[in-house]
Design a protein around this ligand. Structure first.
Ligand code: SPV
Ligand code: MG
Length: 554
């Protein structure tokens, strides 16, 4: 059953005539639709012409079918398939109907030309039509083969074209209507409507008539309608228009009038619109790997973890096994799934236990006396192009990474807004958290939709009063190419000029990633807060470890 807008049958039931225009490919079909026609005529003349062959049964059924399918796919209005003589006898017609209906055509037209046919307008060629009864049987076969009652079979007679006159045309039209045709196309190459008007006046069946005004194209639509034609097909004008336009533009370009041509041809943006560039863009954003392969990652996994006791007696936190996978293994999997393959790890504590393949390693020998910023600085060479920086002890949902990679701005940090709820419900543990104050407080309701463009980070650090904080930094940050330059510049400047305490750290050496973020904010750089709501865990204590075992399902 064709979709509502695809039903030619419904259109034929309305009082005013249905107007179709010929198309020869998906693009011309789309232009026909955009011009406001009711239906597309998938013209055999046009399909042949665009392959530079005559309209003489040179194209196969499958070539015609594929071209028609492309027109159906590109439009939302009914497509009438010009199936010449049905590509064979009544048995072939049955398959023709099945295939074209399945391809989404709303109607087919089959004509009483012999096979192979000759275009109705060619002169000096052999022109023969099949016996009336033979074509009537093809019509019966077509009607028997259709699946949906909406599908329309147009029977076409070439009696006038072949010079058999009005009576023969009427006899054939009646026979085809009686065989079950839904509409009758009486083709004429007369220079005006008189010949067809004469036939239409004698028409005595309740089956709508179809006209193809090619030689009598000057006849106004109203006149065709008054003469009794319910479907009018302008079969080949779009093809002929394109030939003139192309020939003119080509001649101009060939003779050097390239600039003049520019004003007369479709702007590129016009073509972009016709081929659906907007849909491509939004689908890329929705479905392609965020960040693509250009992004790399630096995992900061040097630190010791005394709070985990014996669990880290022979390995660092990132190598803790949780349900058969190490934390680092899980991180690498998530990064890979987002298209990030270039991954560097800064090791320190029990560094020889960190031995996953295909990673680049940097070693912070002084991990016990230095902070995350010093580890990051060791991997300074990695800070080129977009980079995700993450702590080696966080397990996170893939979607968080996706959102971070799509964040606007040059520096972005993922912030869990659930912290806000937790504070309000009195549920915050008295341990240290990397807290964040942003320019907008999260809404107080229990439902949460993250802000699309992110909010702006004002303050970040462990010293922030939980009651003032709007969220918790989860240990994942993103630096764009410019963001990595900013970090390198800032680091170089700090290393040469900074003395004494550095934000919450007693020295630059001991600074954490959050101290660096605060420094960037204080230097006037915008840091985007990417809102997330739960979906992550940090393994910092035995209790965290136990919960991870209990709660992780993957
Ligand atoms: C076609 O467009 O292929 C037709 C109509 O059959 S006409 O060319 O006018 O015969
Ligand atoms: Mg044709």
């Amino acid at each position: 059953m064709p979709a509502h807008g695809r039903s030619l049958r419904r259109l034929l039931a309305r009082p005013e005539p249905v107007v179709a225009c010929g198309a020869h490919d998906a693009l011309s079909a789309k232009l026909v639709e955009q011009a406001g026609f009711d239906a597309v005529w998938a013209s055999g003349f046009g399909l042949s012409a665009v392959r530079a062959v005559p309209d003489a049964s040179i194209l196969t059924m499958s070539e015609t079918l594929e071209a028609t399918r492309a027109m159906v796919d590109a439009t939302g209005i009914p497509v009438i398939a010009d199936c010449d003589n049905g590509f064979g006898n009544a048995i072939n017609v049955m398959r023709t109907v099945a295939e074209f209906e399945a391809a989404g055509a709303s109607a087919i037209s089959i004509e009483d030309n012999i096979f192979p046919k000759r275009c109705s307008f060619y002169t000096g060629v052999t022109r023969e039509i099949v016996p009336t009864d033979e074509h009537a049987r093809k019509v019966q076969a077509a009607k028997a083969a259709q699946r949906s009652s909406e599908f329309v079979v147009i029977a076409r007679t070439e009696a006038l074209i072949a010079g058999w006159g009005k009576e023969e045309a009427l006899t054939r039209a009646r026979a085809y209507a009686d065989a079950g045709a839904d509409a009758i196309l009486i083709h004429s190459k007369h220079p005006d409507l008189s010949e067809l008007e004469d036939v239409a006046r004698s028409w005595d069946r309740p089956v709508p008539l179809v006209a193809v005004p090619t030689t009598y194209v000057g006849t106004p639509l109203g006149e065709l309608s008054r003469a009794g034609f319910r479907l009018v097909i302008y079969a080949n004008q779009s093809l002929r228009a394109s030939v003139v336009a192309m020939r003119q533009a080509l001649a101009d370009i060939r003779s050097g009038r390239t600039l003049e041509v520019e004003g007369r041809i479709a702007p590129l943006e016009d073509i972009y619109g016709l081929v659906g560039l907007d849909a491509l863009r939004s689908n890329e954003a929705r479905f392609l790997m965020p960040g693509g392969v250009e992004c790399s990652a630096v995992i900061l996994a040097a630190g010791d973890a005394p709070s985990l006791g014996d669990l880290v007696a022979d390995r660092p936190k990132c190598m803790l096994d949780i349900r058969g996978k190490t934390i680092l293994g899980r991180q690498v999997e998530a990064l890979n799934a987002s298209g990030i393959r270039e991954i560097a790890v800064v090791r320190g504590h029990h560094r020889s236990a960190v031995d996953l393949p295909h990673l680049r390693y940097y070693d912070n020998e002084r991990f016990a006396e230095t902070g995350e910023l010093a580890s990051l600085a060791l991997a300074e060479n990695e800070l080129r192009g977009p980079v995700v920086c993450l702590y080696g002890d966080v397990i996170f949902d893939d979607s968080i990474l996706g959102r971070l990679l799509r964040a606007p701005g040059d520096v972005a940090i993922a912030v869990d807004r659930a912290f806000w709820d937790s504070v309000r419900n009195g549920g915050v543990r008295p341990t240290t958290h990397d807290l964040v104050v942003t320019d907008e407080a999260p809404s107080a309701g229990y439902r949460f939709v993250p802000s699309a463009g992110g909010t702006r980070v004002h303050r970040v650090g462990q010293g922030i009063d939980p009651k003032e904080a709007h969220g918790e930094f989860i240990g994942l940050a993103f630096l764009s190419e410019r963001g990595t330059e900013l970090v390198r510049e800032t680091w170089r400047d700090l290393r040469s000029n900074h003395r004494g305490r550095f934000h919450e750290a007693e020295s630059l050496e001991r600074a954490s990633l959050t101290d660096l973020v605060q420094e960037l904010v204080d230097r006037g750089h915008e840091v985007t807060c990417v809102d997330v709501y739960k979906g992550w865990m940090e393994i910092d204590s035995f209790e965290d470890y136990r919960r991870a075992w209990a709660e992780l399902r993957w």
